[in-house]
Every structure is written in structure tokens, then in C-alpha cells.
Write a protein that binds this ligand. Structure first.
Ligand SMILES: [Zn+2]
Length: 459
């Protein structure tokens, strides 16, 4: 009986969270800038309005269906672009076909190798060969990304089982986001957790501690230890508050950009749980006190917050609230503990300025995901969660968060889930209703939040 219950539960949860999976082979020629891919993607949603996005530098050999038969596709002639990619869709003579549950695509792309010269620009969407390394983030769409037109959403995280072969010299390391890097010419990488498979391949070394890695940096062990110990401090705050172990391993990459940069200028991007920096001497991450900057505690605090509130809560009308506002709120706790109350006050003050002149719809009246825009999800709603903590205390807030995570295992989070979680955490129905009336339902909720934060934090 217990086994049966387990089976039913298992089927139920895998039904809810059927995650698309990408399987296949990639061959990279480092010297000539070639990427040759053969991928099968399974567990795709049955979308009517979609496109399959692939970097504009990729040339399609064919699309095949589940049975291995060729399928016609549009986009090869007079194609449309979306960002860095061309848009394709499967079709027969008469009409566009729905996105099948499973498809196979084979393609090859050629990219310039910037060995002794530069491009005018570089950014996350560039497939960057620099003679030493290849960097291809998810934004490049070096692998097929599905665009769900109806929901205006990209499906670019996959479970994966990918074998990578690299042509070039023999001192190579291969890394796919979410799996430890390996020193090999050929290696198979698997992830049972959905990841954006950023690729970083080349002639570089890496350092490891407790499963976290620094790639392609010549920092000494002492500096690396300090970076890792700062990371541990952040993880500890989060795991203590949420009473749940930090699971994700973190990867920090140093990469050489393909544009010329002024000395001292640096930029970074993040394809969680990878953090990539260009032009930054990693020794500069650590100050004389052995700490990273307050800004970086905040930045990493938010990103590491996705270990808890990440793709697992990315569903429903309020998805951006559950994913981004909660991660941002968690970063407040990190900086409060590691940087002090004054810095937290500065963070709150900055956010008040950002939300001041804008209009927002109360959470209970949101009808589609994009109404929670960047300012809403990164600034206003985190202030709302801070206010929740101010009113009900840290302990009950952390319990509420834990309860929400429990509910999210069974389905989409809603404001009813928030109420349930709050009441279970010991907040009275009366108090929650008062909170709800003033801050979740009220058309004047923004001003109510601003007034509270200003008064409570003496801003
Ligand atoms: Zn985030």
C-alpha cells in the first residue's frame, strides 16, 4: 500500500513537473570556431503557437520526428529573427504543426575566432571563441530554445544528457552549467535538474572546494579560499533562515571578452548557478578584510536565493513574484546579517526611489504574468515582503516561506497559498486579512507600502 501511494505520488508529481529534456552530441572545433550539434528534445509541451529558436549562425541539417522521419520546417527562407536567433517551426504543406512532444534537430554553426583581434562589442548573447576558450551562454541559443508565443515565455532550461567532443589541443576542460567541469577531450554530462546549459570549453584550469568551482582563474589558493568562504557565509544565512540545506553548487568563471576593454573595466553575467566575469581580477573580489563588497553580498544573496525560490516556483500568474521577489527579499536578510543594518537601509531607500513614480496593479488583481514587470518584481514586491517581515516578525516570515515551498511541491503558488502558509506559521487570520486588505487588494497598496517602509525604517 505504501508503495502504491508512493507510486501515485510520484506519477502525480512527475506529471506536474514534466521537465523538457535535451539529449545528444556536440562536437566543438576550437581552432575553426565550429559547433556541430545533434539534439533530441523530449517532454515538450503541446504548443500551438511557438517557435524553435536557434542562433543565427547555426545552419540546420534537418528536423526529424520521434520515429526518425524527416519533418518539414519553416524559417529557412525569409526567416524571422528573435534576439540572437532565427525562428523555426514545424509544418506540413498546408499548415503549421503543433510542437510535438519530442523532436530531433541536427545543425552546424561557424563563428569567428578572435585570437589576435577584437569585435566592437561583446555581451552574453555572443558565441565567443577567443582562441583559448569558447563561451556560449543560454542567451546565444546555441541549443534549441522553445518560444511559447501565447505566454511570451522561453523554454531554455532542460534536464540534460549531453556528450561533448572537443577538437583542438589536448589540455582541455569542458563545462556545462550545473555539472562539475572535467578535463577531457570527450565527456558526457548529465543533469537531473533543469538548467540553462551554458557552455564553457577551453584551455583552462579550475579549482574546487566542497563542490563549488572557480574556472579559468589564476587566483592563488588563499584568495580562492576567501571567495569560497564568503560564498559559504551567504549560503549559511539562507539555509539557516529556511532551515533547509543549500543544494546548488556554484560555478564562478573568469573569461576573456572578444572586445577590447579599458583597463579596469569589467562586466559580468549570471546563468544561475554560474557567475561569469570578464576583465575582473578575481583578487579584486576580495577586499583587505577578506570580504567581498556589500554589492556582491546582495547580488550573490539574490542569486543564491534561487536555490530555494527558483524554477520550482516559476508557474502561474504571479510566477515573477514567487521567483524574483522572494529571491530579492532573501538578499535583504543576507545583507542585514553580513553587511549590517545601515547597508540594508540604503538598499530599501534606493528601492523606494525606484518605485516612487510608477503605477502598479495590486497582486490580487494581476491577470497575466507580465504585469509584474521588472520594477514590480525586483523592487516593489520585495519591499512588500520586507513589510510582511516587519509586521509579523522574522520567525513567522521564515516559517511562511518554508510552508510556501512545501505547497509549491504540489502545484502552482497562489495568494491563497500565501494565506495558508501564513496562518500555518502562526499568523492569525484576522491579522493576515488586515495585511491583505491594505497591501494585496488595495488600489493604494503602493503608497501604503511606501508609507510603512519609510516610517518603520526611519527613511
Ligand atoms: Zn533573480
Amino acid at each position: 500500500m505504501r508503495q502504491l501511494q508512493f507510486l501515485i505520488l510520484f506519477l502525480f508529481s512527475s506529471f506536474l513537473f514534466a521537465q523538457p529534456k535535451i539529449t545528444g552530441n556536440v562536437t566543438v572545433d576550437m581552432e575553426n570556431g565550429l559547433i556541430d550539434c545533434d539534439f533530441s528534445i523530449s517532454a515538450l509541451p503541446n504548443l500551438k503557437d511557438y517557435s524553435i529558436l536557434l542562433n543565427k549562425g547555426m545552419n540546420i541539417k534537418y528536423f526529424k520526428n520521434k520515429s526518425g522521419n524527416l519533418v518539414y520546417y519553416e524559417g529557412h527562407y525569409d526567416g524571422k529573427m528573435k534576439g540572437e536567433a532565427l525562428e523555426y517551426f514545424l509544418a506540413d504543406e498546408n499548415s503549421k504543426l503543433n510542437l510535438p512532444n519530442e523532436l530531433n534537430v541536427s545543425y552546424i554553426g561557424a563563428f569567428p575566432v578572435y585570437q589576435n583581434d577584437f569585435n566592437m562589442f561583446d555581451y552574453k548573447g555572443i558565441i565567443a571563441f577567443n582562441g583559448k576558450t569558447l563561451r556560449a551562454a543560454e542567451q546565444t541559443k546555441w541549443y534549441p530554445v522553445i518560444y511559447d508565443v501565447t505566454n511570451d515565455k522561453l523554454i531554455d532550461s532542460y534536464l540534460y544528457d549531453i556528450t561533448i567532443t572537443v577538437k583542438g589541443n589536448s589540455q582541455l576542460s569542458i563545462f556545462i552549467n550545473g555539472s562539475p567541469p572535467k578535463k577531457a577531450q570527450k565527456s558526457r554530462f548529465k543533469s537531473e535538474k533543469a538548467q540553462q546549459p551554458l557552455l564553457f570549453i577551453g584551455n583552462y584550469n579550475f579549482l574546487e572546494k566542497d563542490g563549488n568551482f572557480i574556472l579559468n582563474s589564476d587566483v592563488d589558493k588563499e584568495t580562492a579560499d576567501k571567495i569560497f568562504s564568503n560564498i559559504e557565509m551567504i549560503k549559511k544565512v539562507l539555509s539557516k533562515n529556511l532551515e533547509s540545506d543549500f543544494q546548488d553548487k556554484i560555478y564562478i568563471i573568469n573569461h576573456i571578452p572578444v572586445n577590447k576593454r579599458d583597463k579596469g573595466s569589467n562586466w559580468g553575467f549570471n546563468t544561475y548557478p554560474t557567475f561569469a566575469f570578464a576583465g575582473l581580477d578575481f583578487k579584486d573580489l576580495i577586499n583587505k578584510n577578506g570580504k567581498i563588497s556589500d554589492n556582491n553580498y546582495k547580488f550573490f544573496g539574490h542569486e543564491f536565493g534561487h536555490n530555494y525560490f527558483g524554477s520550482n516556483v516559476m508557474s502561474g500568474k504571479l510566477s515573477w513574484f514567487w521567483v524574483e521577489s522572494f529571491a530579492e527579499y532573501l538578499s535583504f536578510n543576507v545583507v542585514e546579517e553580513l553587511c549590517g543594518k545601515d547597508y540594508l537601509k540604503q538598499v530599501l531607500t534606493d528601492k523606494l526611489k525606484i518605485v516612487n513614480d510608477k503605477n502598479f496593479i495590486p497582486l490580487s488583481k494581476i491577470t497575466n504574468t507580465e504585469q509584474i514587470d521588472q520594477t514590480y518584481r525586483y523592487h516593489l514586491a520585495p519591499l512588500l515582503l520586507k513589510l510582511f517581515e516587519d509586521q509579523f516578525g522574522k520567525e513567522k516570515t521564515n516559517k511562511t516561506l518554508k510552508n510556501l515551498l512545501e505547497i509549491s511541491k504540489k502545484g502552482t503558488l497562489t495568494l491563497e497559498s500565501l494565506e495558508k502558509s501564513a496562518i500555518k506559521a502562526g499568523i492569525s487570520k484576522y491579522d493576515f486579512t488586515a495585511f491583505k486588505n491594505k497591501y494585496l487588494d488595495n488600489d493604494n497598496f503602493k503608497q501604503n507600502i511606501i508609507n510603512h517602509i519609510k516610517e518603520f525604517h526611519k527613511i
